[in-house]
Design a protein around this ligand. Structure first.
Ligand code: NAD
Length: 420
């Protein structure tokens, strides 16, 4: 009997099991995919401003390094735990393989509420993370980046600490840095541009144009706001956006430029320009494209029957639950999956690392042109497999990524194929 997947993420597990069954993956192949190669857990003590000591659990997972150094963000969040970091590292492995960059998946995190820390405490924690994990990371080994509640400023502190420890400049040890210390042009909006390219490629393949296509976006943070700006510039009609406080809807199209300009400090309902709606209502609007770009599990068995959009562009990680994913597939709703739609960020992270390793920096246009090539190629490969296998884009994207990881393991002699 085929061994079942043990991967913790429900959607990943289901896809892996279906692929394992259809493609007759061996037990060894499934084991390679199921298990992280290295999980490091360190409890980091920090002297707080008031003189007390607090201990923060911190993690780094290097999921699979067959295709190159591991890569993945570091999140600071009170709910961070080993299971979550493991699952995100697995998704990073798939993303890196799907967009065909010579990197593998990793992830890190600290269980902390950064809002409870002073700026000094936050900097001490960020530097301590790097001191503790320095033996395991490096430009040719494992390359962290920002994630939830970490940003270019934190990456700057972390880079500085790493260079102090090693005694030499090593900008390629971390990506998502400020431009002044080796960041890449275009990185700030690369996830959004990548998603817009994937949507554009899908529209082209379906014989449709983007102009006038109606779009509702949940989440108006880094990803959602840049995506709204780009799609608006490309002629799509953004009719609804939201943030954690609620959303706005205008069937004639929102004034995206105004929303983007005034986004700093105000929520979208305060900026206005449309009728107030809830986040739940936004997802159920009769639009062409709905974009969850905030948090996970927002389309689930409770609301799946009310989804009227024909296309779901998954910019958040895991916004559609397993049951809802199956239902939408059966109903013929096209779900452009997270590992494809939001992988623009890791592509430009890779391009940042390449620039660091060469100490030669590209103009914004050049970075964006390269991003377009990687995303276009990833879509084309996924589309080819989807057309052959007649399944969803998610299944096809998983197949492309898994095949590449397993082939790398085979070429390293870890997986030995038996002769027929
Ligand atoms: P962000 O923190 O900048 O923005 C998040 C937005 O979602 C904010 O507008 C916030 O108000 C809103 N939000 C929070 N809780 C909400 C809720 N319950 N309902 C509706 N809206 C809510 O984050 P981001 O960088 O824009 O990331 C958004 C999503 O995209 C996350 O799932 C993240 O994991 C994923 N993602 C981000 C990147 C990246 O490069 N930033 C890359 C890949 C995936």
């Amino acid at each position: 009997m085929q061994e079942k997947s043990e991967v913790v993420c429900e959607v990943c597990k289901l896809q892996l099991d279906k692929i394992a069954e259809a493609r007759h993956l061996t037990e060894l192949e499934l084991k390679v995919l199921n298990q992280p190669k290295r999980v490091i857990n360190i409890n980091i003590p920090i002297i707080m401003d008031d003189g007390s000591t607090r201990i923060f659990p911190a993690y780094r997972v290097q999921y699979n390094d067959a295709r190159g150094p591991t890569k993945g963000g570091i999140r600071f969040h009170p709910k961070v735990n080993k299971k979550e970091i493991n699952e995100l590292a697995f998704l990073m492995s798939l993303k890196c393989a799907l967009v065909d960059i010579p990197l593998s998946g990793g992830k890190g995190g600290v269980q902390v509420n950064p809002r409870e820390l002073s700026e000094g405490e936050l900097q001490r924690l960020s530097r301590a993370y790097i001191r503790e994990f320095a033996p395991f990371i490096g430009p040719d080994r494992d390359i962290p980046a920002p994630d939830v509640n970490t940003n270019p400023k934190v990456m700057g502190w972390m880079l500085d600490e790493y260079e102090k420890i090693t005694g030499k400049k090593a900008p390629g040890v971390i990506t998502g840095k400020p431009l002044t210390i080796g960041g890449s042009r275009g990185r700030l909006y690369s996830t959004s541009l990548g998603g817009a390219i994937i949507l554009g490629e899908y529209m082209k393949s379906a014989g449709k144009g983007g102009k006038g296509t109606t779009v509702a976006i949940q989440g108006f943070g880094n990803v959602g706001s840049h995506l709204a700006r780009i799609l608006d510039e490309w002629g799509y009609k953004i009719v609804a956006v939201s943030d954690s406080k609620g959303g706005i809807y205008n069937k004639s199209g929102l004034d995206v430029k105004k929303l983007v300009k005034e986004n700093d400090g105000k929520n979208v309902q305060e900026i206005g320009g449309g009728e107030k709606i809830s986040n739940e209502e936004l997802l159920e609007l009769g639009v062409d494209v709905v974009v969850p770009a905030a948090i996970e599990n927002v389309i689930n068995i409770k609301n799946m029957k009310n989804i009227r959009a024909k296309i779901v562009l998954e910019m958040a990680n895991g916004p559609v639950t397993t049951g809802a994913d199956d239902y939408l597939e059966e109903k013929g709703v096209v779900v452009l999956p997270d590992i494809l739609a939001n992988s623009g960020g890791v592509v430009v992270s890779y391009l940042e690392w390449v620039q660091n390793q060469c100490n030669y920096y590209w103009k914004e246009d050049e970075v964006n042109r390269k991003l377009e090539e990687y995303m276009g190629h990833a879509f084309a490969e996924t589309e080819k497999v989807r057309a052959e296998a007649k399944g969803s884009y998610r299944r096809a994207a998983y197949i492309v990524a898994i095949k590449r990881i397993l082939k790398a393991e085979e070429d390293r002699g870890i997986i030995v194929k038996k002769k027929a």
